[in-house]
Write a protein that binds this ligand. Structure first.
Ligand code: CIR
Length: 263
């Protein structure tokens, strides 16, 4: 199968999450127009997301809350997990660079080995898609060539192959494509620069449906804004857990970016 690392890590299912900041509504926007974010609803949706993880075999661990860092809820961007190694990123968005220290501390508390992306490199976790031993890395407005070079050096040493993918139509690679447990790549035609990068590419009907969190070999967490994608995945035999994250989607977030999965 696609699972890497030791037997111990194959059994482990921990998801790092980070409670939304009070100033969530001031989060960065790149491709979307700003629309009003209901922060109370966002808090409820976040609780629902955490419950969906916990009800499906995951233990959640909170990165300490940062009330003044609006995008800190999108914790996936701060760490890239490669087996027992956590790569602490260096976000391309300057407003997000203070998010990393607490994420690093939490990774350290879990006993993970730490590597770091250093200046002038930039890299955000949303640009890294792991499929077996292949790492697809998006070259986006947030992730630059130097960041990719640094990640490649770390990842190659751990047995991964890095494939660089251009991302110009959305914020991050994982807003354009994610992968099913069997390695099938899900994407949306309006968002993917070139589907030819991916073997086994399947189109989903909604942009919000691109992102799936693999909860187990047969269970997927998907945005409730993507009913057509939910149906498509159910037809392929998956159990789908839909979660409403509309307030985070207004800030260009998706289901993957609200957690870091440590397996
Ligand atoms: C940002 O622009 O950085 C946030 N508003 C959204 C980050 C979403 N992260 C992700 O898709 N991995």
């Amino acid at each position: 199968g696609f699972r890497r690392g030791t037997e111990k890590s194959a059994e482990r299912r921990i998801a790092l999450v980070r409670m939304p900041a009070g100033n969530l509504a001031e989060g960065q926007l790149t491709h979307l127009e700003r629309t009003a974010v209901d922060t109370e609803l966002a808090d409820k949706q976040w609780d629902g997301y955490v419950a969906a993880l916990e009800n499906n075999g995951w233990t959640t661990r909170e990165v300490p809350f940062a009330d003044t860092l609006p995008d800190s809820v999108f914790v996936e961007d701060t760490l890239v997990l490669l087996g027992n190694t956590a790569v602490v990123t260096r976000p391309g968005a300057k407003s997000r660079r203070e998010e990393n220290d607490a994420a690093e501390q939490t990774a350290q508390d879990l006993g993970l080995s730490i590597e770091r992306i250093m200046s002038p490199g930039t890299l955000e976790g949303g640009d890294v898609l792991k499929v077996g031993s292949t790492l697809y890395v998006g070259r986006s407005s947030r992730t630059n060539a130097d960041g990719i070079r640094q990640l490649r050096a770390i990842a190659t040493g751990l047995g991964y192959t890095v494939v660089v993918v251009p991302v110009t139509r959305a914020l991050h690679l994982k807003t354009t494509v994610t992968a099913l447990p069997d390695g099938t790549i899900l994407g949306h035609r309006d968002l993917v620069d070139d589907p030819a990068f991916f073997p086994h590419f399947v189109e989903v009907p909604e942009r919000e449906g691109v992102a799936v969190v693999v909860l187990s070999e047969d269970t997927l967490l998907v945005s409730a804004s993507a009913p057509g994608t939910v149906a498509l995945l159910e037809d392929r035999g998956y159990t789908v857990v839909p979660v409403d994250i509309s307030e985070f989607e207004k800030l260009e977030g998706c289901v993957t970016c609200l957690s870091v999965r440590v397996r």
